[in-house]
Design a protein around this ligand. Structure first.
Ligand SMILES: [Mn+2]
Length: 320
């Protein structure tokens, strides 16, 4: 056991350095990062948003953050493939824990998420959020747009999420996981002319002007070509990346609320992400992992790998 330690999530002395916990044991933070509510001076803060009260189909994504942390235990001490580096030599990352939400007052959740995201962003370089259903991206976009102005959305998804927004009992828009993109366009949080959706395999009534690379196109294109389209569309603007795990074929992500057949493999979409390190990334999330529908952690492993890749490209960017 020489060189091994345990519970790095709360025994670590700093925010740099890889952990060496036994993979099968120890306190489970994301990639064994130190748990802390003090994020001052960190490059990245990872946190969970365990909310699934705005789904149109199957719930369960409230268990997503726990499952993603559990599946990330394998990514601790070794250089991560295909980056061939320990991200945490240079990148200071903490796990902030989860957002506190009142399950009896779901209508207050989005406001709470935006508020807490904004407070974290006051002190950290980058916020990586583990969802949660896709509606949580709406308050996350609010918090990021507050800082950076209008954003370009790069959305990996089987669904456009541009369905009409109904009005709630209070007269305010009731944004759910299938309509948050439309509301974000209407609010001016994202610029549709520089936004792109990858892997879409359903039809919403309107695109809101966002470019779509549908399931058939993604099947025909190589990962580098898909990445080139993303660079062309976003054109050096500030990008918020949202990865709905249902972008992947149901074979690679069965544990999700609204699965759609005919999607890309995890290998292909990870290869696309690997090409994206020169994007002007200002925030990211991984959403819609629903453990009650998962089998053998297939979906949690895919989702935690996507989140690991986001940290990988940020580490590469920092080191240069
Ligand atoms: Mn979605």
């Amino acid at each position: 056991m020489s060189g091994k330690s345990i519970d790095h999530a709360f025994t670590a002395s700093g925010n740099l350095g890889a952990a060496s916990d036994p993979t099968h044991a120890g306190a489970l933070s994301f990639m064994r990062r130190r748990f802390s509510k003090d994020v001052a001076g960190t490059d990245v803060t990872v946190w969970g948003v365990p909310f699934d009260s705005a789904v149109s189909n199957r719930p369960g994504a409230r268990f997503g953050p726990q499952a993603l942390r559990r599946a990330s235990a394998i990514f601790d001490n070794d250089p991560q493939y295909p980056f061939a580096r320990d991200f945490f030599e240079a990148l200071a990352v903490v796990d902030y824990g989860d957002c506190m939400l009142d399950y009896r007052l779901p209508e207050t959740a989005h406001g709470r998420i935006a508020e807490e995201a904004s407070a974290i962003l006051d002190h950290t370089g980058f916020l990586l959020t583990l969802g949660g259903d896709h509606s949580i991206t709406y308050p996350l976009l609010q918090a990021h747009a507050e800082r950076h102005g209008k954003l370009s959305l790069v959305q990996f998804d089987a669904h456009q999420d541009t369905w009409p927004v109904a009005t709630g009992a209070d007269g305010a828009p009731r944004v759910d996981h299938g309509s948050f993109v439309k509301q974000a366009v209407e609010d001016g949080l994202i610029d549709p002319a520089t936004s792109i959706q990858i892997g879409i395999r359903t039809h919403a009534p309107e695109t809101c002007g966002i470019e779509i690379l549908g399931g058939e196109a993604v099947e025909d294109m190589k990962s580098a070509e898909i990445a080139a389209k993303i660079y062309e569309r976003t054109g050096g603007t500030n990008v918020y990346l949202t990865f709905d795990i249902d972008c992947l074929d149901v074979a690679f992500a069965p544990g999700t609320g609204t699965p759609v057949a005919g999607g890309p493999s995890s290998a292909k979409m990870l290869a696309v992400l690997r090409h994206l390190k020169n994007l002007q990334l200002v925030g990211a999330d991984v959403v819609e992992v629903s453990p009650p529908y998962d089998h053998a952690d297939v979906t949690a492993i895919a989702g935690s790998t996507v989140a690991m890749y986001v940290l990988g490209i940020l580490a590469e960017k920092k080191v240069g």
